[in-house]
Design a protein around this ligand. Structure first.
Ligand code: IPM
Ligand code: MG
Length: 370
């Protein structure tokens, strides 16, 4: 039995961020208590909330605490209140610079249709076998290239430059091959190599890496085709690897397949401490009403336990507790089928915590890993 001591930086951020981070943090706290770990939770400002308090979306204090942490849990950033700010000063730039400063060049987004939620997927039943991972490059590409606006003879023009180097593609590519090798051994690399120079380099580089993973079958898809394939036959995918921009777009589409963007967690990693965030964003229209879906954030907690701390038993407990609550028919509004019991964010989280505690108590005598 190993008892771990870890420091976790909590960055609630804006909109529904604080509600879902509170949910995930309480689950992590329960896990620590039940399994004898010590998780020190440190809360820090980011995004619009940080702008309000100190004028900058990523205060030095937040960055330093993140560097010193073992893992980071972030809620969401952004909202209409800051929409008028110039690009580099908006809440989103706090998140982008955190990713960049910590050199988090890998973003892993598991797209998995949980058994009790099969009816929530908008797909026909025969297409509902969905279990794949999107590996999105996160520290390069068009997100971090030169951009600007200029005016020539009274005509305004804007530009955003996409650039990738071979090492940038290799490092995220290797991660994706490793994930695929540990799963169903199929890797789909998504690009637009019929048009973009960055994509041609991407494809050539991924092809070269393939020699090191002979057991993985590699395919290449243009991004437009990949979008269609996601909708028509999502069961064909195991691991998808793609650039920053394409990964951003395809992961929202993929979230739609499982019924709600509220369900998907993510891990950003590579250089500094791993950062976990649900992919749903700040959802300003739901903020402060206890209507947010905490499932993406709770799955961030289990992803952190498994991927960052190596606590697979604890992660499985969290997922089992979540599935039991779903099987009992409880739903947040975004995933409510007819007949479901609709509850708010805090009640849903409370139910998961109860199941978690009961599960631990029942299983302990049989020596399950603690
Ligand atoms: C995401 C989000 C961010 C991104 C925004 C908030 C900057 O959409 O994590 O998918 O574009 O990366
Ligand atoms: Mg996005």
């Amino acid at each position: 039995m190993s008892r771990l001591t870890k420091t976790i930086a909590l960055l609630p951020g804006d909109g529904i961020g604080p509600e879902v981070v509170a949910a995930a943090a309480s689950v992590l706290g329960d896990c620590a208590g039940e399994f004898g770990h010590r998780f020190g939770l440190v809360e820090l400002p980011i995004g619009g909330e940080a702008i309000e308090h100190g004028g900058t979306p990523l205060p030095a204090e937040t960055l330093n605490a993140c560097r010193a942490a073992d893992a980071i849990l972030l809620g969401a950033v952004g909202g209409p209140r800051w929409d008028g700010l110039p690009l580099g000063q908006r809440p989103e730039s706090g998140l982008l610079s955190l990713r960049k400063q910590l050199d988090l060049y890998i973003n892993l987004r598991p797209i998995h249709l949980r058994e009790p939620l099969r009816a929530v997927s908008p797909l026909e039943p025969r297409r509902r076998k969905i279990d794949f991972e999107i590996v999105r490059e996160l520290a390069g590409g068009i997100y971090f290239g030169a951009r600007g606006t200029e005016s020539e003879n009274g005509t305004e023009r804007a530009f955003d430059v996409e650039a990738y180097t071979v090492p940038e593609v290799e490092r995220v590519g290797r991660f994706a091959f490793r994930r695929a090798a540990a799963r169903r051994k199929r890797l789909a690399s998504v690009d637009k190599a019929n048009v973009l120079a960055t994509s041609a380099l991407w494809r050539k580089t991924i092809d070269r890496l393939a020699a090191d993973w002979p057991e993985v079958s590699l395919s290449h898809l243009y991004v437009d085709n990949a979008a269609m394939q996601l909708v028509l036959a999502p069961e064909q995918f195991d691991v998808i690897v793609t650039s920053n921009m394409f990964g951003d777009i395809l992961s929202d589409a993929a979230a739609g397949l499982v019924g709600s963007i509220g369900l998907i967690p993510s891990m950003s990693c590579g250089g500094g401490p791993p950062l976990f965030e649900p992919i749903h964003g700040s959802a300003p229209s739901l903020a402060g009403q206890d209507r947010a879906c905490p499932i993406g954030a709770i799955l961030c907690a289990s992803m952190m336990l498994r991927e960052a701390f190596g606590l697979d038993t604890e992660a499985r407990r969290v997922e089992a507790a979540l599935d039991r609550v779903l099987t009992r028919g409880y739903r947040t509004a975004d995933i409510a089928e007819p007949g479901a019991t609709v509850v708010g964010c805090s009640e849903f989280t409370g139910l998961v915590r109860e199941e978690l505690q009961q599960g631990v108590k029942q299983l302990e005598p049989y020596g399950w890993g603690v």
